[in-house]
Design a protein around this ligand. Structure first.
Ligand SMILES: [Fe+2]
Ligand SMILES: [Fe+2]
Length: 245
């Protein structure tokens, strides 16, 4: 707990405006409210910066499991725990189990599109190269069956994407390249233990993986978001998702 920051609740007494993220509303038909919100600024109204009391307070030096407990949204929280639980029940290696625990981490509190690539970057400084690679590659592999391990195209994807959906060329190319890679099976195992029925019924909580995380995730002493790593901003963005800039 070495992290020292000035208090972030310096906007007390003010109305605090939250700007939607460009990606959250682009193309949705939601009106672009940026000009309108700028017009609402006055002596008592500011753009939100710092802690949002609508979100649980984070510790000064947050750990991976703090993000699970305090930031990840319901479906992803349960989905990651469930996948890692299934991998462990099946007797998979700790490399596979931690990869399953982290594979959709981007969806938890940051961004959904291209989530495998975002997730791999978020964790790369803290896990083995094999784990980060596997998380990245599951983005493509989940679309392609592998009979040797009994992985079929997910039934759920027929509903999610429609029966005629074809992954774009960059995904097909990534799949072909991953097949030839020495860590292919690690990434493939993520797809095998991926749980395609999303619910809120994980059989265990984050504490079930505390020891595993301790062995395979190099938690920075300053806390995720404050270690000066090339990805610290990603973790800070989840701590303060409503910061204006
Ligand atoms: Fe995924
Ligand atoms: Fe998943």
């Amino acid at each position: 707990m070495t992290h020292q920051e000035p208090p972030t609740h310096t906007q007390q007494g003010k109305r605090r405006l939250i700007f939607p993220h460009p990606m959250a509303t682009a193309g949705t038909g939601e009106p672009d409210r940026e000009l309108q919100l700028l017009g609402e600024l006055d002596a008592d109204t500011v753009m939100m910066m710092g802690d949002n009391p609508a979100l649980p307070a984070m510790p000064a030096a947050p750990t991976l499991l703090d993000f699970f407990r305090l930031r990840f949204r319901g479906i992803t929280y349960h989905h990651l725990l469930h996948s890692a639980f299934l991998a462990r029940e099946a007797g998979q290696s700790e490399t596979v189990i931690i990869a399953c625990l982290l594979h959709d981490i981007a969806n938890g509190g940051l961004v959904r599109v291209d989530h495998g690539y975002w997730g791999a970057q978020m964790i790369a400084p803290y896990v083995s190269a094999e784990v980060a690679w596997a998380v990245e590659q599951h983005q493509a592999l989940r679309f392609f069956p592998d009979d040797t391990v009994g992985y079929a195209y997910p039934e759920a994807y027929l509903r999610f994407f429609g029966p005629d959906y074809v992954p774009p060329p960059y995904i097909r190319q990534a799949h072909a390249a991953a097949r030839a890679h020495r860590w292919y099976m690690t990434a493939r195992m993520i797809t095998v233990y991926d749980v395609y029925s999303f619910g809120t019924d994980a059989p265990v909580g984050p504490e079930a993986f505390e020891d595993l995380v301790g062995r395979h995730f190099r938690q920075p002493a300053e806390g995720l978001g404050f270690d000066g790593s090339p990805v610290a901003h990603m973790w800070r963005s989840m701590i303060w998702p409503n910061n204006f800039l």
